[in-house]
Write a protein that binds this ligand. Structure first.
Ligand SMILES: Cc1ncc(COP(=O)(O)O)c(C=O)c1O
Length: 394
């Protein structure tokens, strides 16, 4: 089976995962969005505008950097796909530009979004400012306190920020609040930040993020004359990971590894290791691996990285796990923090705490590889947003 071209099916299923587990009203809205997206994405002027903005506004293609010092230390070839160099500092902007362009083409005047680390909120507010759209963002209170700078940035860009005080006050609760708002205001466009939610979001967000892997493939062929042995990316909802992996899915010799947050340890209950400890269930309108209690309610989750503490994961990743095309590993807060410091000190690049999870695993992996083997790490974001928080830990 050509996995890559056959998923999702018309109903939005990747194998048994995904779909649209939403009330009837929302289902109609999602089906209209699917139709609009499938039509508009083929339109030449839409494609042209997307490419033009990726190149000249976001700054693509992002560099594929050979991390010379870390490679020397760990004994194999480590490359960084530098999504941190994008405008606004993370991969999130690829998707927000795509969806905001779509909203504009459909004729919608206002966009809403959830955010965890604030990066998707900033990227959404940026796209809204660029395209003259009204913008409202939902962010959990705990994340808001950790990421004050990103709140100021969103406000500077003209967005209204709603701090969510319900539930665990993190990413899941921000999605809950944004979905609730959307149910009552169907005239707005919900600009979802990851490959989660009901169909068509997991497909649409993946398509916009797949530019990462397309570029990386060309770049590594040019720089090394061959494909890499491993791709490694952190997994919150899963958008930077699938963005890097997607183009490589048919290349079976390339191993795909997603890294989840083990937080304070898998046995403490304070983690968000969805693939490692979760079971399939429904959250936010889609079926996928989920950290849940015995009644199917999502469990509270935790990670030092606000962008990773989500109890679910994208349905395409769940499918890739089951068919054994991708593997999922986990690293703790402490391991991620050590990688954050080490990458800053040794390579001169301060990573986001989310990205630090992928780095921590890559360093462990690199020690087991031969000198000529190649790892590409998706450097999903820069660490400026985390510096104040990390400093407060000392
Ligand atoms: C820098 C960065 N990396 C990774 C993530 C995780 O999201 P995803 O799994 O959708 O890539 C986030 C989320 O906020 C982020 O800000």
């Amino acid at each position: 089976m050509n996995i890559k071209n056959n998923i999702p099916n018309k109903k939005g299923f990747f194998g048994e995962y995904g779909g649209q587990f939403v009330p009837e009203g929302l289902k109609i809205a999602m089906n209209n969005l699917t139709k609009d997206y499938l039509k508009i994405k083929k339109d030449k002027t839409f494609k042209k505008e997307f490419v033009e903005l990726m190149n000249n506004y976001v700054g693509r293609p992002s560099a594929l950097y050979f991390a010379r010092n870390l490679s020397k230390k760990y004994g194999c070839k480590i490359y960084f796909k530098r999504e941190d160099l994008n405008h606004t500092g993370a991969h999130k902007i690829n998707n927000t530009i795509g969806q905001a362009l779509l909203a504009k083409r459909i004729g919608i005047k206002k966009i809403i979004a959830e955010t965890g680390a604030g990066q998707h909120g900033v990227a959404t507010a940026t796209a809204a400012a660029l395209m003259g759209l009204e913008c409202e963002i939902f962010m959990g209170e705990i994340d808001a306190k950790k990421q004050m700078m990103n709140i100021y940035r969103m406000q500077l860009l003209g967005a209204k920020v709603n701090v969510v005080k319900k539930g665990g006050r993190t990413l899941k609760d921000a999605v809950d609040a944004a979905l609730e708002y959307y149910m009552h205001h169907p005239e707005v466009f919900y600009l979802l930040g990851s490959v989660v939610g009901p169909h068509p979001y997991p497909m649409m967000v993946r398509d916009f993020q797949s530019i990462i892997g397309k570029e990386a493939k060309k770049q590594i062929k040019k720089q090394e004359g061959r494909l890499p042995d491993y791709l490694v990316a952190c997994v919150g909802g899963g958008s930077n990971a699938i963005g890097l992996f997607y183009d490589f899915i048919p290349n079976k010799q390339v191993k795909l590894i997603g890294v989840e947050p083990a937080g304070k340890g898998l046995k403490t209950g304070k983690h968000a290791a969805t693939m490692t400890l979760g079971k399939p269930g429904v959250l936010h309108g889609f079926y996928s691996y989920l950290l849940q209690d015995k009644d199917g309610n999502p469990l509270p989750v935790y990670s030092i990285a606000s962008g990773l503490d989500y109890p679910g994961v994208g349905p395409e990743q769940s499918f890739l796990k089951d068919i054994k095309r991708a593997e999922f590993k986990h690293v703790t807060d402490a391991e991620a923090l050590a990688a954050f410091h080490e990458t800053s000190r040794i390579e001169g690049i301060i990573p986001a705490l989310e990205t630090s999870h992928a780095l921590a695993y890559s360093f462990k992996l690199a020690k087991k590889l031969r000198k000529d083997q190649i790892i590409i790490v998706n450097f999903s974001g820069r660490g400026d947003k985390d510096v104040e928080f990390v400093a407060s830990l000392h």
